[in-house]
Design a binder for this molecule. Structure first.
Ligand code: NAI
Ligand code: 13P
Length: 331
């Protein structure tokens, strides 16, 4: 089956950028937006002024307020914030075309249930083929046509390849993989680690600390992903190391920005004030901590971030705590 019509759930920055990619790849695209002003601005100005200003959208992208508009879509890209994926898929269910694959593009762990996005999707849409798209990809850069490569993970590798080919353009290169759990675990944990790197940067701890944090963070991310059933080699790819390096290295990252603000002395409330965009690591940190504890996996950096965000410890004490840990073998 070739794909002709993509439906995108969630017209935030990333949903809009992916709609642009799919349209450039030759698909008709319906972009479902919750905010009436987003639907209106795309219809009138060809621009999502609220979430992705300054990018003129392709003619093939049409915005719609309701999920009923996705009923004829043969490919769905689900891009709501992770904590809203369940409700979004439940709302999609009556309108989902039989057999249409659902590609999960949100990055996070569901609070309360501690489930990965694919677990949520399997629960809500047990009959739908599920794939995961993740990798180093800032929405603004992708939408402006700057190049990147991502992981397209699907247990059915042939389907993964076909989805990848359907949305690929020279500046957006999906590499397929079968390890859905590894791809999702990398996506969720890297956001928490980006907050840690932002804190380090905000405190002025230097380039060496930054590199050490990324590296030890990568060890945490890999340990947790493997405990969940993922493969270490997946985490060495675009959806793990690739996205970790990107998100930990630029204030363009909403997660790193939150960390920068915290490291600069702001409270979490101040760091989040006035932001319309989502910093997923804030919601995922307590879930990642709980998940790691339930599996007996050591994740000291994620633990420290979760404790800072929960107000259990201040930034300086958390840093001191990490630096005072017993020495051990690296591997
Ligand atoms: N922005 C980026 O560069 C990238 C984002 N992602 C992931 O994509 C997902 C969506 O992020 P963005 O598009 O950046 O979001 P955004 O921060 O640009 O926009 C917020 C989105 O949240 C939606 N929203 C707010 N409250 C909601 C509710 N109660 N129920 C359902 N939706 C609600 C808004 O409608 C809007 O679509 C996140 O999981 C993020 O980690 C992944 C790769 C890149
Ligand atoms: O996931 C992303 C890049 O791959 C976007 O990161 P932020 O959500 O931190 O901006």
């Amino acid at each position: 089956m070739n794909f002709n019509h993509a439906g995108v759930i969630g017209a935030g920055a990333w949903g809009t950028a992916l709609a642009q990619v799919a349209a450039r790849a030759g698909l008709q695209v319906t972009l479902q937006a919750r905010e009436p002003e987003v639907v209106a601005s795309i219809a009138a100005e060809r621009e999502n002024a609220m979430f992705l200003p300054g990018v003129k959208l392709e003619d093939a992208v049409t915005a719609a307020p309701g999920l009923d508009a996705l009923a004829s879509c043969d490919l769905i890209l689900a891009v709501p914030p992770a904590q809203h994926l369940r409700s979004a898929l439940m709302a999609l269910k009556p309108h989902l075309k039989a057999g249409a694959p659902v590609v999960l593009c949100s990055k996070g762990v569901e609070q309360g249930t501690l489930k990965l996005m694919s677990d949520v999707a399997f629960e809500v849409l047990p009959d739908a083929p599920i794939a995961v798209l993740s990798g180093p990809s800032f929405a603004g850069e992708v939408a402006r046509g700057l190049p990147t490569a991502v992981t397209l993970a699907c247990e059915d590798e042939d389907l993964g390849r076909r989805i990848g080919e359907a949305i690929a353009i020279p500046t957006f290169r999906p590499y397929w993989a079968a390890d859905v759990i590894g791809a999702e675990a990398g996506a969720a944990v890297k956001n928490v680690l980006a907050i840690a790197c932002g804190i380090s940067e905000g405190k002025g701890l230097g380039r060496s600390a930054h590199a050490a944090l990324i590296t030890r963070g990568f060890a945490e991310l890999t340990r947790l992903a493997v405990a969940l059933g993922g493969k270490a080699e997946t985490l060495a790819g675009l959806c793990g190391l690739g996205d970790l390096v990107l998100t930990c290295s630029s204030p363009q990252s909403r997660n790193m920005s939150v960390g920068l603000a915290l490291g600069g002395g702001q409270t979490l409330e101040q760091a989040l004030a006035g932001k319309v965009s989502v910093a997923e690591g804030v919601a995922s940190a307590p879930a990642v901590r709980a998940l790691a504890r339930s599996l007996g996996v050591e994740t000291p950096i994620c633990e420290a971030v979760a404790a800072i965000l929960a107000g259990e410890v201040d930034v300086d004490s958390a840093i001191l705590g990490l630096l005072s840990r017993p020495l051990k073998a690296e591997a």
